[in-house]
Write a protein of this length. Structure first.
Length: 402
């Protein structure tokens, strides 16, 4: 059962590491895999699409959860086939979770003949129930996209026919929303301020996955719903110590995961070289990591470790053979020194002239500072060893992002 977790976490992290200009990777390998198509929120983000997840089972994309902005492209890049989907689950009706649904359906009849099961939440005074939402979008006479009237059974218009169901978010017990194609899917209402929202639990022959979507983590019934899942997907949208009626703080997410007894993050232990892992398991995970060409995201890691592994260099100039050789020497030494092993000064050289950058204060957070000029003062002393205190006003020579 744990194999679903090993494969899925690596694949999900690989999807997050893909730059916006690159293609997403297929996650068809393994008995069951979770692929993150989008991990962004409502704010514009040039590197991330909004929320969407694919569950692959037996090499086929079987369930799609949410369809936020940008994930229509990611779905195509993943290599998933619309004809393979057994279910589409919509957690709630905020735009960053559902805005690409019309794009997915626009030419869907070219890729699929069978009706597409789709499920969403009941409504209240701030959001319509899911069938009403679809009617307002696709009704052949009054919908915003009348050209997609066929999705709701019209004789004209584009789009594959939708088999629509709705779950009452106020129901205290989970509702079974789908059973077939090797999946059993249940849904439970979760607290996301006053927005009706669903979490989904998917049981597969290889293990179980719970998609939490956005929630504030205050309902103890969700812990029971997620208990002993192999994978629990929860969103982090606010900082530690913050509170929100919409979102759970990191400590709350950790508490929910602990109380639910979800699987241990084996992949993270292998990548970080920490924790007791059997050698056979380590080799298996390493093979998948190498196959996917996954590299940990340095900036994300620094948020946890509070170490940036970034070396700042203050020089009077960047021109001439002397300074280029000096930078090469610093780079080579940084690669060798403990704590600066992945520095790539030449790869991400920050260009500045004279001392004009010195007063700007734009670059900070370096773990060490090397000075090639006088007057660095306290900043040079901060850089004599690794420190968690930010060093400001320094041009930064940093490692390449994963």
């Amino acid at each position: 059962m744990i194999s679903i977790f090993r494969i899925s976490v690596i694949c999900a992290l690989a999807a997050l590491a893909v730059p916006s200009t690159a293609s997403a990777q297929s996650c068809a390998a393994g008995p069951a895999t979770v692929q993150i198509l989008g991990s962004g929120g409502p704010a514009i983000n040039r590197e991330r699409a909004s929320a969407s997840y694919l569950l692959w089972v037996g090499g086929q994309a079987r369930m799609l959860v949410d369809m936020g902005g940008g994930t229509y492209l990611r779905f195509g890049q993943s290599g998933a086939k619309l004809s393979d989907l057994a279910l589409v689950g919509i957690s709630h009706l905020h735009p960053d979770h559902v805005s690409d649904l019309p794009a997915l359906l626009w030419l869907s009849r070219q890729a699929r003949n069978e009706p597409l099961p789709i499920v969403g939440p009941s409504g209240n005074d701030v959001a319509p129930d899911f069938p009403t939402f679809l009617t307002r979008l696709f009704d052949e006479k009054s919908g915003a996209f009348q050209v997609l009237g066929a999705t709701l059974g019209a004789t004209r218009g584009n789009g594959v026919r939708l088999d629509v169901s709705v779950v009452d978010v106020a129901k205290p017990e989970p509702s079974t929303v789908f059973k077939g194609s090797g999946l059993t899917v249940t849904a439970l209402g979760i607290p996301h301020a006053n927005m009706p929202t669903l979490a989904y639990r998917v049981e597969t022959p290889a293990g179980s996955v719970v998609f939490s979507s956005d929630q504030n983590g205050t309902d103890p019934k969700f812990v029971d719903f997620a208990r002993n899942a192999n994978v629990l997907v929860m969103h982090l949208a606010i900082a530690a110590g913050a509170t929100s009626p919409l979102h759970a703080a990191p400590a709350v997410v950790g508490r929910v995961a602990r109380e639910a007894g979800v699987s241990v993050a084996t992949v993270s232990r292998v990548i970080n070289g920490k924790g007791p892992i059997r050698e056979a398991t380590r080799r298996r995970i390493r093979r998948v990591v190498e196959k996917l060409r996954y590299a940990p995201h340095g900036a994300a890691r620094s948020l946890i470790t509070r170490e940036t592994h970034t070396l700042g260099v203050l020089l009077p100039d960047l021109f001439g053979e002397f300074f280029s050789e000096l930078i090469r020497g610093i780079d080579a030494t940084a690669r060798w020194m403990a704590g600066f092993g992945s520095a790539d000064a030449l790869g991400e050289l920050v260009e500045w002239a004279g001392g004009s950058f010195f007063a700007s204060g734009l670059f900070f957070g370096v773990s060490g500072l090397a000075s090639g000029r006088g007057g660095a003062g306290d900043a040079s002393r901060h850089g004599q060893k690794k420190t968690r205190r930010p060093v400001r006003n320094a041009g930064v020579l940093t490692h390449r992002r994963g």
